[in-house]
Design a protein around this ligand. Structure first.
Ligand code: 13P
Length: 250
């Protein structure tokens, strides 16, 4: 049985010193055991976080975004080559905040996924529908479009992770979790769409907390979680890791 993948997306919530301090606490307190823990700090904090977790091969790094070109006149952008150079194994691509606040289209996301894969990074491809799309009954259509466009040019054997993050369940301050029953149909849909690819873990994201992670992350549901707000303290993040690992071991 595969162990759960728990990824912390710290968004733009912590500065470099805070990121390093949190990473250090996680490195000191995370029990050695099964499963993958991924930390995704702001990119400038990567060297400090990398140093803070050195010696813990079970804690891996991810960037929160990258550009779709490796070099060029793209002021302010981060090359996937630099992401790799910083020691990242993963890169989050197509997060809903990038799509909504930075205008990333499905085509831009697809180009970023392709660039990440070409660089040898494992993309954590985020998909998910808005509250409005859900109300109109468009959840399946939206997620199918996002997923098929993003993976169209990615060889089926290329390692990739998909994160289903319904926008209506993302906390933005106050958690308002979905229920397992609400998200299971979309998980089934995603699993079907991924059938022809080699094992692609599907994570869940959206107000994941220590006391609801067992609803989503189980051997017969999601393979792990992408956690925002609750990954910002060592207590809640390691609480989530412990519960998910326990659920998987049963
Ligand atoms: P929350 O866990 O704060 O809802 O954030 C989810 C998310 O956007 C992770 O990428």
């Amino acid at each position: 049985m595969q162990a759960p993948i728990l990824a912390a997306n710290w968004k733009m919530q912590l500065d470099i010193a805070e990121s390093a301090a949190l990473a250090k606490k996680i490195a000191n307190e995370l029990p050695r055991g099964n499963g993958t823990v991924i930390l995704c700090p702001t990119v400038a904090a990567m060297p400090a976080v990398s140093l803070a977790v050195s010696g813990r091969e079970d804690i891996l790094l991810g960037a929160q975004d990258c550009h779709n070109q490796t070099k060029g006149t793209f002021t302010g952008a981060t090359s996937p080559a630099v992401v790799a150079e910083l020691g990242c194994t993963y890169v989050i691509v197509g997060h809903s905040e990038r799509r909504q606040l930075f205008g990333e289209t499905d085509e831009v996301v697809a180009a970023k996924v392709a660039a990440a894969v070409a660089q040898g990074l494992i993309p954590i491809l985020c998909v998910g529908e808005t509250a409005d799309e859900r109300k109109k009954g468009e959840s399946e259509t939206v997620v199918t479009r996002q997923l098929t466009t993003a993976l169209a040019s990615v060889p089926p054997e290329a390692p990739c992770i998909v994160a289903y993050e319904p926008l209506w369940a993302i906390s933005h301050g106050a958690p308002h979790p979905a229920t397992k029953a609400e998200v299971t149909p979309i998980l089934k849909q995603i699993t079907t769409l991924l059938e022809k690819r080699s094992a692609t873990p599907v994570l869940y994201g959206g107000s994941v907390l220590p006391d609801n992670v067992q609803e989503f992350v189980t051997p017969d549901a999601f393979a792990g979680a992408l956690i925002g707000g609750a990954s910002l303290t060592v207590e809640s993040f390691l609480g989530i890791v412990a519960t998910a690992r326990r659920t998987y071991a049963i």
